[in-house]
Design a protein around this ligand. Sequence first.
Ligand code: NI
Length: 451
Amino acid sequence: MRTLYVYLDFELLKPMKKFYYSICLSLITITAVAQMDAKLKVKLDQQVKELEPRMIEWRRYFHEHPELSNREVETGELIANQLKAMGLEVKYPVAKTGVVAILKGGKPGPVVALRADMDALPVTERNSLPFASKERVLFNGQETGVMHACGHDGHMAILLAVAEILSKNKSELKGTVKFIFQPAEEGAPASDGTSGAELMVKEGVLENPKVDAIFGLHIQSLVPSGKIAYRSGGLMASVDGVDIKVKGLGAHGATPWDSVDPITISGQIINGLQTIVSRQSELTKGAVVITVGSMHAGIRRNIIPEEALLEGTIRAFDDDMQRKVHADIIRTATKIAESAGAKAEVDIQIMYPATVNDLKLTLQMAPSLERAVGTENVMITLPVTMAEDFSFFQKKVPGFFFFLGAYPADMQLPKPPTHHTADFMIDEKAFASGVKAFLHLTLDYLNAPKK
Ligand code: NI
């Protein structure tokens, strides 16, 4: 089944979507999809509209007061207070600076979790927005600005709005909603230890009550505002780090025959690593990326050094391929070094697994997205080689993660507003679509007839 769906999914284009559904539906049994009635939809749309100014206020507050990973203390307090004021059961702090709130519906039913990440980045904001960040911190011994340069300020504002609207419509809920505000998605300093989604899972955020499904979104600054993009299977890549220390023998640059040159060997290793991608990975199953982003060796042109250090990043979309790439890297690096009389020590740091959307859940919930924002605003996306620690939740329970376009077309920016840069910018008008998407996903999931 898995192989079949991966094949179909790669062939999938928007016009083929209906066809795709019908094939997959005939092959697997999925939970019937509930559909909220028209009257409720009109009421919710109206409530989203009324709450929009407040949601934008929240976002601007978060934007002006960004905090780095695991340092989201004021952010967490503000979120916890807002959720308490909505009458929710709130736990803070969770997993260092996170917030978890529970909303019990009027009737019994399953448990849905909705997740927003909270942290900002060490980036100095470059624009003239009245709510631009002026925060400054010392990061890795360097003074820098702090900025919500990935849209997490929007994620938090959207999820607060969803919490507010769902708590007003408690009687419509057959089940429970768990709101998860997660710190440290961007990766905390190593000295903090396990953090972010991984720590939340370890601390039992998906238990008591046990979560049946989890939904999450990420703003995309380059996708047209208000559009939603998703795919089943691998949406975002796994990410791992790799350090390769090549140990050779130093010599005078004029007599290389006296050396075991770690620089030349490093060059061969770098090329060898690329053949893992092009010759040894079954790329029709999913993409693989190996990038060597830094190389340190030597101090002077005529001294062959003793050692070289390569640092790289590895991306994949499938657990088996990820494991195979790791083994391939270790074998390739150590054998190439050995063939030249050197030694390579390979250290792979496992970071985030791939963000894989559960097939059954994706099929079940995609129609809800279309009803929330209109079929014309929902599209299928290609996989993205960035990573997301939402994947740790998906390792435990079926999860569905999607992108919310927020390209600020009417700002006529001189440069594309790329994530993690000083020029990052998003369109706040897109947030309403994110709220509607979460509302429809939650209500449709909770109200789906029992299997
Ligand atoms: Ni992000």
